[in-house]
Ligand binder design. Structure first.
Ligand SMILES: N[C@@H](CCC(=O)N[C@@H](CS)C(=O)NCC(=O)O)C(=O)O
Length: 212
């Protein structure tokens, strides 16, 4: 590998999808990475899919180490960049928060990919039930993050979800002051702000089917 080439490579479709959280984490941590963009036509040929351990993307490389499963990738990066709390108990709580983010991501993705026309209104109606849990967690924890007083990988996950939900339903955070100020505060971190304003981020659709 050339010396000036970033060690991290993300192989994924040209969407935010399951990779914008890790991209935001890497950007905020001042890391560089290379995007290996896969078109849907390329993917349909099946050759790359056949090489993926679970037949799916994202694929993540750190030098000669290869990883699949977006949340495993997040945890790998969390360990490498000090985003996993200060002890084992905080790490467990951070995993718990990330699992809840994953639950919401799956619910969102099911609606977006399988039930957008019929299910969007119902989803938005039920959304406060999900958001209120995170609102309580953030207002109870005076540290300003999901767990403790420092950012963790789960915070990037929640931020990505909240940004996507604000596109789905502008104003969905209006009755959740802790979530609203959390999004504003994290989005204003200089490296996250630069990332969110980058053409790379802005040009990537949130989802692969054009729905948002
Ligand atoms: N649990 C996996 C889910 C991966 C996944 O659903 N990948 C989708 C794109 S987001 C995919 O590869 N779809 C193409 C296919 O299944 O053929 C993760 O978190 O990485």
């Amino acid at each position: 590998m050339q010396a000036d080439m970033p060690a991290y490579i993300i192989t994924y479709f040209a969407v935010r999808g399951r990779c914008e959280t890790m991209r935001m984490l890497l950007a905020d941590q001042g890391q560089e990475w290379k995007e290996n963009e896969v078109t849907f036509d390329m993917w349909k040929k099946g050759d790359l899919k056949a090489t993926c351990v679970f037949g799916q993307l994202p694929k993540f490389e750190d030098g000669d180490f290869t990883l699949y499963q977006s949340n495993a990738i997040l945890r790998y990066l969390a360990r490498a960049h000090g985003l996993y709390g200060k002890d084992d108990k905080q790490a467990a709580l951070i995993d718990m928060m990330n699992d809840s983010c994953e639950d919401l991501r799956l619910k969102y993705a099911r609606m977006i990919y399988q039930d957008y026309e019929n299910g969007k209104a119902k989803y938005i109606e039920a959304l406060p039930g999900d958001l209120s849990k995170f609102e309580k967690i953030l207002s109870d924890n005076k540290g300003g993050f999901l767990v403790g007083g420092q950012i963790s990988y789960a915070d990037y996950h929640l931020l990505d979800l909240l940004l996507n939900h604000q596109v789905l339903s502008p104003g969905c955070l209006d009755s959740f002051p802790a979530l609203k100020s959390y999004v504003a505060r994290l989005s204003a971190r200089p490296k996250i702000k630069a990332f969110l304003e980058s053409d790379a981020h802005k040009s990537r659709p949130i989802n692969g089917n054009g729905k948002q």
